[in-house]
Design a protein around this ligand. Structure first.
Ligand SMILES: [Zn+2]
Length: 113
């Protein structure tokens, strides 16, 4: 479950930001999550809730901003949208594609008190 480590990283970001900006509590954490990031949102939220106890992130809600996965199909020579890492090219049904986007997990915005 690498979500626990990722959740800790998000709490660290919020904590660092609160020390820098002087806010007490984060209300909402906006996170951009790519379809190919291999992250289960529920597991991340669960990890976040336990990792944030006693920090400025405690009680904050996570808002996910989903981003599509994209890949370059070598047979079609086009970029296609793919739902998962193990998927077929939606155009030709082939497997010869490389990930080009959708692996991100990043905090894009904090709403604070
Ligand atoms: Zn293709």
């Amino acid at each position: 479950m690498h979500e626990v480590a990722l959740a800790q990283g998000i709490v660290d970001i919020v904590t660092a930001q609160s020390e820098r900006d002087g806010f007490k509590h984060a209300k909402v954490v906006h996170i951009e999550l790519g379809a190919l990031a291999n992250v289960m949102p529920e597991a991340l939220v669960f990890g976040f809730q336990s990792a944030s106890v006693g920090t400025a992130a405690e009680g904050a809600r996570i808002e996910f901003i989903p981003r599509p996965g994209t890949g370059w199909c070598m047979d079609c020579s086009v970029e296609v949208e793919v739902p998962a890492r193990v998927a077929l090219c939606p155009k030709c049904g082939g497997v010869k594609w490389m990930v080009t986007g959708g692996e991100q997990l990043r905090v894009t915005e904090l709403e604070v008190d």
